[in-house]
Write a new protein. Sequence first.
Length: 112
Amino acid sequence: MAYVVVNKQRPTTVNDAKEWWGLTDHAASHLVRLLAVCPGVAVSSGRRSPERNRAVGGVAGSLHLEGRAVDLTGTRRRLEHAAWHAREESRTPGRTGPQEVLMESDHLHLGW
Ligand SMILES: [Zn+2]
């Protein structure tokens, strides 16, 4: 008997990222690419309802409300590595990389 382990915190396809975290196509494709080169980080938050956003102290107008942001957890070192990759992506020609790269005390917030 074979088991397939599904790790919802690390989607490997755009469709899974959209379905599991309520992301836009754009955000989902960036997230999947980032996770592929960043082992050891996990998604802890994606799209939020206005109620949920208020409950977790999210800012008004947060990209989480539009399915354009995720929070990642992991060790500080892993999160800094992910932040570096995200920032590099935003410097490429025709930049569609992240609009927000915010290192918080216990997570990395990325918004596209
Ligand atoms: Zn966030």
